[in-house]
Design a protein around this ligand. Structure first.
Ligand code: 5GP
Length: 202
């Protein structure tokens, strides 16, 4: 019997460095898979359909939702983002670990539907650091930075609803903590012994 792969979801406030950490973990775990989300936002330059995202209209997205094709979704800056259910189930059932980059509400919604999902919250080392990073990007106006900071303060209060919390004070350290979490989750007793834990896939 093939062991199911892990479904690991990372979230954190905007500017926390989630993308960079995930890229490092993916590099260190080349067998892990990514899920391609569906979004209603427009493609950015260089983003390919079916690679970066599946780009759909709001009507198409709503249809997919009502057809039960999306396991979790959220609205972010005026657009919908959702994880297609079928490919996620297939990748996990074939034994691949799947790493997801979701909004905070998205990770929590996924966990609600699928209790075995492993949710990780990335925290900034401090608010000052986060503000510095948002400003350092140079792409956001002061007003946007202030809005993102206010939002981050609210979001960080939800960290306690996650399975794990990792502080991103240093990329290498944060990535290796996430890798340690993944290794530990792979070793969980019920994932290795033939005891049938109630599966949400059933
Ligand atoms: P971007 O527009 O920059 O590609 O993504 C914006 C945010 O959407 C990212 O922070 C990412 O975490 C989140 N996101 C991407 N795909 C999904 C998804 O399928 N579900 C949820 N809940 N969030 C997503």
């Amino acid at each position: 019997m093939t062991k199911h792969g892990l479904i690991v979801s990372l979230s954190g406030p905007s500017g926390v460095g989630k993308g960079t950490i995930l890229a490092k973990v993916r590099e260190d775990f080349p067998d892990s898979k990514s899920s391609v989300s569906v979004t209603t936002r427009s493609p950015r330059e260089g983003e390919e359909e079916g690679v970066a995202y599946y780009f759909r209209s709001k009507e198409q997205f709503k249809q997919m939702l009502s057809d039960g094709e999306i396991i979790e979704y959220d609205e972010y800056v005026g657009n919908y983002y959702g994880t297609p259910a079928a490919p996620l189930k297939e990748m996990s059932a074939s034994g691949s670990d799947v790493l997801l980059d979701l909004t905070i509400a998205g990770s929590l919604a996924l966990k609600e539907k699928f209790d075995e999902a492993v949710t990780i919250f990335i925290l900034p080392p401090s608010f000052e650091e986060l503000e510095g990073r948002l400003k350092g990007r140079g792409t956001e106006t002061e007003e946007v930075v202030a809005k993102r900071m206010a939002q981050a303060k609210g979001e960080i209060l939800r960290a306690n609803e996650f399975d794990y919390v990792v502080v991103n004070d240093d990329l290498e350290t944060a990535a290796s903590k996430i890798e340690a979490i993944i290794e530990a989750e792979r070793c969980r007793y019920e994932r290795n012994i033939g005891i049938e834990k109630k599966s949400s896939w059933a």
